[in-house]
Design a binder for this molecule. Sequence first.
Ligand code: NAP
Length: 209
Amino acid sequence: MGRVGVMGGTFDPIHYGHLVTAEEARVHFELSQVLFIPNRYPPHKDLDGVSAPEHRYHMTLLATATNPDFAVSRLEVDRPGPSYSIDTIRELRQAYQADALFYITGADAILQVVRGAWEGSAELLTLCQFIAASRPGFPIDVHDLRRFNVTGHQLSNIHVIEIPALAISSTDIRRRVTAGRPIRYLVPEPVETYIHKYGLYGRAGGAQG
Ligand code: NAP
């Protein structure tokens, strides 16, 4: 049985915090590959200001191109409507019947699953394991999650990794671009070039230092 990482996110834009998270999860959990799945639209957010799915997909491709163990899927980008993770994981379960799936995303998002806030939360907790990436200063204790309506088996499917590089955030990067401040060393160079080329986040042209 293989072990496949599924890296779900809005990735607006993808940054080194995401890439370090995926690589750390790959090594720590002995994953054969990590499949990045940028969503079409996040189900839980005001869509105002979220970049077009194709832009986010292309930035994810550029950011992951040099890692042979990373791949990018169009599964959510091509599926009409908001991207419910349960639909994605059901599809992946069919495609990877012999493999264990590890859904990697931010710790906050995984706390929402445990609270039952996502469509099909209970089923999700049985279809895959979760790797919750936490930012420094925001630790989460899996045992604290016992107060929610989850079984011991479901809890044993949740793993937490602390990623210092997650001090980088997409929100901060968008604000920096809008304000004309540098994003070099926060995102891979081709992503920075793409952001400026297409004038994402409210500032067109002119590479920033
Ligand atoms: P979010 O709520 O904007 O982000 C929560 C936190 O997690 C942020 O700090 C974010 O940092 C970080 N984060 C997001 N993706 C990450 C990743 N793959 N690895 C490490 N940290 C990550 O997150 P989102 O991107 O919109 O949602 C995360 C995933 O959950 C997406 O795939 C989304 O479609 C899915 N989701 C599904 C449902 C549902 O099915 N009902 C509901 C909510 C979310 P950055 O802002 O720097 O990325």
